[in-house]
Design a protein around this ligand. Sequence first.
Ligand SMILES: Cc1cc2nc3c(=O)[nH]c(=O)nc-3n(C[C@H](O)[C@H](O)[C@H](O)COP(=O)(O)O)c2cc1C
Length: 215
Amino acid sequence: MKKIILVNGSPRKNGNTAQLLKSAAIGAQDAGAEVTTINLYALNFKGCTSCFYCKLKSKEHGTCAMKDDLSPILEEIKLADAIIFGSPIYFMNLSSGMIAFIERLIFSNYIYSTEIPTVFPKKLPSAFFYTMNMTKDHWEQFNMEHLAGMYERFSENVLGVKPKRLLAFDTLQFKDYSKYESSIFDEQHKIEYRKKFWQTQLDDAYKIGRELVIS
Ligand SMILES: Cc1cc2nc3c(=O)[nH]c(=O)nc-3n(C[C@H](O)[C@H](O)[C@H](O)COP(=O)(O)O)c2cc1C
């Protein structure tokens, strides 16, 4: 049975990112896979501390020397058949939890070699899901392609496969906007956008989950 790992880089266990990941999980399960979901914000871990243990010639490349809640998960990923990185956009970047996770996974399997830059033991199909307040126009205006492309290229270099991508714009941040100071948002527009596009995005997530398993 194939195994897919879904990584939720949002602290919200039922937020936008989590909902897309759940849909991908159903797609993967329908294709016969076993799904493991990792909620990064439920774990106690840090980003890379730059110890360079993973680059030492005398040690085993591909192993992160840091010992925390992420350690067994980094090993589990080496046995998986696919992975999805799901992150909300925070300050025009991935969430700090997702960045820390990527540092630990990708840097520990990357070596400064003029030959092959990766020691990851297999080719691992992947996808990046991004959820955000921004509209598609903002995504382009702020050149977010550069940011997403950068994370995706690092992942491709190490995991060996170009990641798939899902962009979810104009997400609902609050259930009831009237409770929060949020006058920069048009609640009515947010609700209508949700009604119009969310199911399509869940369907796209489902398809990606399925495709990652059958690819
Ligand atoms: C700390 C913080 C910073 C954020 N910064 C941005 C941002 O720079 N651009 C943006 O489009 N949305 C930003 N957002 C909104 C979230 O990206 C958006 O609501 C996302 O869909 C939340 O995902 P979740 O429901 O899975 O938690 C921010 C939210 C938080 C909490």
